[in-house]
Design a protein around this ligand. Structure first.
Ligand code: NDP
Length: 497
């Protein structure tokens, strides 16, 4: 195995840096170090951990330019994509999780209605799991690798992050930031390496937070089954947008273009397909095509220089190209773009595909590129049927001026999150659970459940002494049986059938 990985700038093709690899054999040592450091981190309590994470927030704000430069260099994305979606997300998360953790993970008093255990006091408490392994993809090196580590840290865990081998620099930089903010040694470590390093990490940690493709997600779950290690999986998507005839078409077209092309379309919750009611189809398609023609693409050279960046991961270019070509062959009209760009760097032109249908892979498989296929539908029912005709169920969007109708449509769409007259921005509200249905995932990030998953629950039941009269069931005899029968009748016998 190579001892270093050469990190490439996808927008220029140049090598940025060589970084040492954590071989699969070294992973056990990293986790052992994390395990040794974790109890002291847990013992700091919410306030102690919060102070350090707050300092990390300050560090991130002060080093925002350096972090954005690093993200842009290793992904080839537009600077604004790095700043708005990644740096701003990280800064928010570093304040949010330590603020919520004491409340969402506080001991919970529970009351029972079961008369057979009346009189006991009951408490549910949340303890950190120990060492959490975070395995992340290449499309958002800060949000999806580092971002998932923050709630795990706030809950009192140590974390080992395995970023994509294509984009390890952001995690390494963040490790430096956390260290400068005062995070104790061993609490946040980065295992740079290939998929094999990730696979071995699963064997050693107490929980795996995985973000990546559905194909790899299955492998992760299979591997974790060997050690009964809990997993949380954020996987692929094919998010639909439904545009009803009464929609504000200007807003719908702006959203369709932005949320399909932003980050070069390499976002799990990108809009990947659009269903438009027939009466407004032509107008919507024309608007989207015009707006897409105006987009600027190329190597990001500072603020405001481009709108759509590079394709980060080399094999992704072929997938995008195949989807576009297959749609063309099957009768769709490619109105804008449709080709990879010649010259240095890896770019695929922002592409609009009209008259698409479900015989086309562009409508049924995750494309993960700057493409937007659009299909004409008869009515809302057909739009919902087509939207649900997918193995995925991550996010969705509905556009209509009739908000009540939009909400009714949203409730019929099979997706973990649905925005009305908006798309994808639910991701930024960390209070909301975000997770995929069907093949898009298992579990959620964000919201109370997105924090509790980094803990294990312990139920503590107390029977307070001294007792007025000791009650004991042994020895079993007719009196005990009589009591149970009487209790059954008294407490449950009056239910109505
Ligand atoms: P992959 O599934 O290819 O890789 C994800 C991570 O898993 C990488 O770090 C990879 O390492 C590692 N890995 C590969 N094989 C294994 C293995 N056998 N065991 C453990 N880890 C392994 O995904 P991509 O990086 O290509 O990311 C794109 C995908 O991520 C898209 O499908 C996208 O939809 C999804 N995604 C989902 C999100 C969500 O919230 N639902 C958010 C963002 C992306 P290496 O790269 O070194 O091979």
């Amino acid at each position: 195995m190579a001892e270093t990985i050469a990190v490439e700038n996808p927008a220029t093709g140049e090598t940025i840096r060589e970084v040492p690899v954590t071989s699969p054999e070294d992973v056990a040592g990293l986790v052992e170090r994390a395990r040794a450091a974790q109890p002291a981190w847990e013992a700091l309590g919410y306030a102690g951990r919060g102070r350090i994470l707050k300092r990390a927030q300050q560090w991130l704000v002060e080093h925002a330019e350096e972090v954005a430069d690093t993200i842009v260099a290793e992904t080839g994305k537009a600077r604004e994509d790095a700043m708005l979606v990644e740096v701003a997300y990280g800064a928010n998360a570093l304040g949010f999780w330590p603020r919520k953790a004491p409340k969402w993970l506080a001991d919970e008093r529970v009351r029972t209605t079961n008369p057979f255990v009346l009189g006991r006091s009951m408490v549910v408490r949340y303890r950190p799991l120990g060492v959490v392994g975070v395995i992340g993809p290449w499309n958002y090196p800060l949000v999806n690798s580092v971002g998932d580590a923050i709630p795990a840290l706030a809950a009192g865990n140590a974390v080992v992050v395995k970023p994509s081998e294509v984009t390890p620099l952001t995690s390494l930089l963040f490790q430096r930031g956390l260290h400068e903010a005062g995070l104790p040694e061993g609490i946040f470590q980065v295992a740079v390496g290939t998929g094999e390093t990730g696979a071995v990490l699963i064997d050693h940690v107490d929980m795996v937070m995985f973000t990546g493709s559905t194909r790899t997600g299955r492998k992760v779950m299979e591997r974790a089954a060997q050690t009964l290690t809990p997993v949380s999986l954020e996987l692929g998507g094919k998010d639909p947008m439904i545009v009803l005839a009464d929609a504000d078409l200007e807003r719908a077209a702006n959203a369709a273009v932005y949320y399909s092309m932003q980050n070069g379309g390499q976002t799990c919750i990108s809009i990947e397909r659009v269903y438009v009611e027939a009466p407004v189809y032509d107008e919507f398609v024309a608007k989207v095509a015009d707006k897409t023609k105006a987009l600027r693409q190329g190597p990001p050279e500072g603020a405001g220089s481009i709108d759509v960046g590079a394709m980060t991961f080399p094999p992704q270019m072929d997938i995008v190209e195949q989807h576009v070509q297959q749609a063309r062959d099957a009768g769709a009209r490619v109105l804008v773009g449709g080709h990879r760009r010649e010259g240095a760097g890896r770019f695929f032109e922002p592409t609009i595909i009209a008259d698409a249908d479900h015989s086309m892979t562009a409508m049924t498989e995750e494309t993960f590129g700057p493409t937007l296929p659009i299909m004409r539908v008869k009515d809302a029912d057909e739009a919902i049927r087509q939207a649900n005709d997918s193995p995925y169920g991550l996010g969705a969007a509905v556009f209509t001026r009739d908000v009540a109708k939009g909400q009714r449509v949203a409730r019929r769409v099979e997706a973990g999150a649905v925005c009305i007259n908006d798309a994808a921005v639910n991701y930024l509200a960390l209070e909301l659970p975000m997770g995929g249905w069907k093949a898009s995932g298992l579990g959620v990030r964000h919201g109370p459940a997105g924090l509790k998953k980094y803990t294990r629950q312990q139920a503590i039941m107390t029977y307070r002494l001294p007792l007025k009269r000791e009650v004991h069931f042994f020895p079993y005899n007719a009196k005990v049986t009589g009591l149970i029968t009487k209790g059954l009748k008294l407490f449950y016998g009056r239910g109505k059938a």
